[in-house]
Design a protein around this ligand. Sequence first.
Ligand SMILES: NC(=O)c1ccc[n+]([C@@H]2O[C@H](COP(=O)([O-])OP(=O)(O)OC[C@H]3O[C@@H](n4cnc5c(N)ncnc54)[C@H](O)[C@@H]3O)[C@@H](O)[C@H]2O)c1
Ligand SMILES: O=c1ccn([C@@H]2O[C@H](COP(=O)(O)OP(=O)(O)O[C@H]3O[C@H](CO)[C@H](O)[C@H](O)[C@H]3O)[C@@H](O)[C@H]2O)c(=O)[nH]1
Length: 324
Amino acid sequence: MKILVCGGAGYIGSHMVRYLGGRGHEVIVLDNLSTGHREAVDERQLEVADLLVPSSLKAVFSRHSFDGVIHFCARSLVGESVSQPYAYYENNVAGTLNLLQAMREAGVSKLVFSSTAAVFGHPETTLIAEDHPTRPINPYGASKLMVERILADAASAYGLRSTALRYFNAAGAHPEGRIGESHQPETHLIPNVLRAALGQEAGLKVFGLDYPTRDGTCVRDYVHVNDLASAHLLALQHMESYEGAHLFNLGNGQGFTVLEVIEAARHVTGRSISYAQGNRRPGDPAVLVASSDKAQRVLGWRPRFTDIGEIIETAWRWHQAPRY
Ligand SMILES: NC(=O)c1ccc[n+]([C@@H]2O[C@H](COP(=O)([O-])OP(=O)(O)OC[C@H]3O[C@@H](n4cnc5c(N)ncnc54)[C@H](O)[C@@H]3O)[C@@H](O)[C@H]2O)c1
Ligand SMILES: O=c1ccn([C@@H]2O[C@H](COP(=O)(O)OP(=O)(O)O[C@H]3O[C@H](CO)[C@H](O)[C@H](O)[C@H]3O)[C@@H](O)[C@H]2O)c(=O)[nH]1
């Protein structure tokens, strides 16, 4: 297949590009490099374009003919979405609409979309399945839920085939260590913990030790980026036979507390990791763990990295010698 990966210079997108390339697919990356890195992709694959500039988008579709699109572009900082909601709705909703228009004009009818556990808000059950109520508590989650709705409408109006994958906590890096997670600012737990292990992050804080969990810290479901990549390819293949708008939750089905992640990182790195006790971060639910039964049953998805130590080890390889 020839696949357009929008946001392919970013963290998860660059792993997707590697994964597809390794399986013989032809890939073009569309990215405005706002949070992505030129060094994360092969220059020959890269089309620098912006979802908010329709002419730049259309130019990409006129130069290539795609079998499908995987769409990772977004602004994705929860806190920032609360203070700058217009920027989030503009990039994540209006930008996606521009992409959908360009796809329609070019006759491209399959899309895989990055959704998020943030569509659920405060969960009502410990294990979150696809039919769990969606009540996002911040503009980031709301913007992703709006796109899910647009995709459902596009399926009935235009026959667009789509799959929204709601990832829980993407983690780890390609085991070869050439690509990895590099955000500025970095808000995610595992990179911050590993930077603390390297002595690069003096101010590591655990946000809240008074949650109703086994050690008082938040529980999250960490899923390896390469496992996310494999689910995207399965979703594209699934849409060859099934029309409509599909939804899947993606996680490992196992939750780890913040303190358990720090302990696992101590074990992997063999270094001491000190932290301070911080206040709760606004908008953080106590527990977010996915039920990925549907993805396993319908797509045949099998995550390979189920051990938190193994996931952290791949990230550790990257953080010791990051290339960007
Ligand atoms: N990282 C996680 O744990 C996580 C969890 C759930 C969902 N997601 C979603 O997965 C996707 C990828 O996340 P990530 O962590 O790799 O983010 P990232 O910021 O590393 O990657 C996003 C990429 O999209 C590009 N981009 C953004 N806006 C664009 C635009 N208007 N035009 C062209 N390119 C644009 C950026 O330059 C970047 O390369 C996002 O949609 C995010 O909301 C991430
Ligand atoms: O320096 C840090 C960073 C994080 N945390 C804690 O560690 C846990 C994980 O935090 P991350 O920021 O790594 O991940 P989130 O669970 O907040 O975010 C993930 O899930 C969200 C949905 O809830 C969004 O989809 C987001 O893009 C995705 O990365 C949270 O309890 C957070 O409070 C800390 O204690 N210290």
